[in-house]
Write a protein that binds this ligand. Structure first.
Ligand code: CTP
Ligand SMILES: C[C@](O)(CO)[C@H](O)COP(=O)(O)O
Length: 248
């Protein structure tokens, strides 16, 4: 008698790496006319600079951009033949957008054992080299990790607008993105953590795990305030970028 065939889905021998780009924020602190991720830097929408970096990393199998349900930006004809996927499942918080995006990845054929690199659309100065450094550090790690910057300045605690204390900073890091974890672990962690967490690492930490800190770059800042647009464009220019398309 022949053994029954086991049709239970098995984790693939080599897990795939997906990128998930939360792009559903309103950019309220940036003071622009519309969402900051679509403001032009060197003539290109900010998020296109972000996506260009991921497109240059062969180990990223597929990139999914999470936008708000009413977002029309990627419906323009020029995006008909793009290499990335769009999911209109953005939520009211970043955590909700990421959670919904992870489920969209599973619907696209990802499995829970695969890796996901979650990266803010608004961090448009990320480089393929930095993404590769995170991959190198985390693909051999049980938990995963994130790009982060060791605190470069003296750290003060405040009370009513005055210094209350100078804090030790040797163990302090600024969290950046990408943040890289197994899809299944991150889904479970976000489900437990809820909407309050502001990054993926916080959710994983709440499960009692210690993500790896991978040194990033000060240039990988998040465009957050009005003055950040000019700074980001200056960095792009310093890397040899030139104005293309219609400048803003
Ligand atoms: N509901 C949300 C909120 C944020 N984001 C995304 O998460 C990234 C980082 O968030 P942040 O800089 O806080 O963006 P905004 O929420 O857009 O900015 P603000 O807080 O100033 O309104 C951005 O790429 C943003 O588009 C998202 O996908 N869904
Ligand atoms: C995820 C993040 O980029 C880490 O620094 C950041 O927390 C997201 O920004 P937010 O303003 O906290 O939503």
């Amino acid at each position: 008698m022949t053994e029954p065939t086991d049709i239970t889905p098995q984790p693939s021998a080599t897990p795939r790496c997906w990128a998930l780009i939360p792009c559903a924020g309103t950019g309220s602190r940036a003071g622009a006319a519309g969402p900051k991720q679509y403001q032009r830097l060197l003539g290109q929408p900010l998020v296109m600079h972000t996506l260009a970096a991921f497109a240059e990393v062969p180990r990223i199998d597929q990139t999914l951009v999470v936008v708000s349900p009413d977002d029309q930006f990627f419906q323009a004809p020029e995006f008909e033949k793009t290499s990335f996927l769009i999911a209109t499942c953005g939520g009211s918080t970043r955590a909700a957008s990421v959670f919904n995006g992870l489920n969209a990845l599973l619907a696209e054929g990802a499995v829970t054992h695969d890796w996901v690199l979650v990266h803010d659309a608004a961090r448009c100065l990320i480089t393929p080299q930095q993404i590769n450094q995170l991959l190198d550090a985390c693909l051999i790690d049980d938990v995963g990790g994130l790009l982060a910057l060791a605190l470069p300045d003296t750290l003060k605690a405040a009370a009513a607008g005055r210094v209350a204390a100078t804090l030790p900073r040797a163990d302090k890091w600024l969290a950046q993105t990408p943040q890289m974890f197994r899809i299944g672990s991150l889904l479970e962690a976000l489900e437990l953590a809820g909407d309050a967490v502001t990054d993926e690492s916080s959710a994983i930490e709440a499960m009692g795990l210690a993500p790896k800190l991978v040194p990033g770059s000060a240039q990988n800042f998040k465009v957050t305030y009005p003055e950040d647009f000019a700074l980001a464009q200056a960095v792009l220019l310093s890397r040899g970028g030139s104005i293309s398309g219609s400048a803003n």
